[in-house]
Design a protein around this ligand. Structure first.
Ligand code: SAM
Length: 254
């Protein structure tokens, strides 16, 4: 049975066919359910949407249909945020998707005050499952707009894995992302930096002096991102992880 599934998945182009087969077999309650799951995977649905969860920084994060699947690369941003945070920190996760980043931050400290925002109501419903255990607040809306005004000047850590794919490059993404995650999760406008620009524009209003904004970018977007941060009263620092192919820019409110 398992070999048959591995072969089917491999023929459909799944690179990690054996691992995926194991996960699907352990998730299915009946043979019929397993067959349906395998067929959905062969049709191109992301594995995480079929399972209903993704592993991220060692946590099992609920990921509902249509919600952005947290990428392994983003674990680098989270590790950097953990290094800058402390127990009791006020943390805001903008463009939170499933809420994965905030959930991991919360799991790493005895206590943090967590606020997560996403514009997509499906993502917000999903984030609620992941951050409510940590006592986190989740809001639906456009970037800072739904946050309570009392948070101004008081945020220690602001993480934003915002959409940063240039519009023209979306057609080059694998179908799993293009079809099942959708433009609102991916499209960063002409140069990919439209949303990051808006995040940086207002960051200094919300960060405590010495607080940090962390965003993920592509290597090509670094010079412009650094310039955007500097223009907005944020001292920029670039960090990269070759293995994860991750690039982030950290801006500290001066
Ligand atoms: C690349 S996904 C990242 C999700 C999550 N941070 C992660 O890394 O798994 C970007 C997310 O930004 C959200 N988004 C896009 N535009 C937004 C906006 N103007 N305000 C709030 N969220 C937005 C999308 O709905 C999507 O969930």
């Amino acid at each position: 049975m398992s070999e048959l599934i591995v072969n089917k998945l491999r023929a459909a182009g799944c690179v990690f066919a054996e691992d995926e087969a194991k996960l699907l077999i352990s998730a299915a309650r009946t043979a019929a359910e397993l067959e349906e799951m395998v067929n959905r995977r062969i049709a191109g649905l992301p594995l995480e949407h079929i399972l209903g969860w993704a592993e991220f920084c060692g946590l099992r994060i609920a990921v509902d249909a249509g919600v952005f699947v947290p990428r392994q690369r983003t674990e680098f941003l989270v590790r950097q945020a953990i290094a800058l945070a402390r127990s009791g920190a006020v943390v805001v996760d903008l463009c939170s998707g499933s809420g994965a980043l905030g959930a991991v931050l919360a799991a790493n400290f005895e206590r943090i005050e967590l606020h997560a925002v996403d514009i997509d109501p499906d993502a917000v419903r999903c984030a609620l499952k992941n951050v409510s255990m940590a006592g986190g607040h989740v809001y639906v809306g456009d970037l800072y707009e739904p946050l309570p005004a009392t948070l101004r000047n008081s945020v220690d850590i602001l993480v934003a894995n915002a959409p940063y794919v240039p519009t023209e490059s979306i057609r080059l993404l694998p179908p799993e992302a293009r079809i099942y995650e959708g433009p609102v999760a991916l499209n960063g406008g002409k140069d990919g930096l439209d949303i990051i620009r808006r995040v940086a524009d207002e960051a200094a209003l919300w960060l405590v002096p010495g607080g940090h904004l962390l965003v993920e970018t592509s290597e090509r977007q670094v010079p412009l991102t650094v310039e955007i941060f500097s223009r907005n009263g944020l001292t920029p620092r670039v960090a990269t992880d070759q293995e994860l192919e991750a690039t982030i820019v950290i801006g500290t409110r001066t």
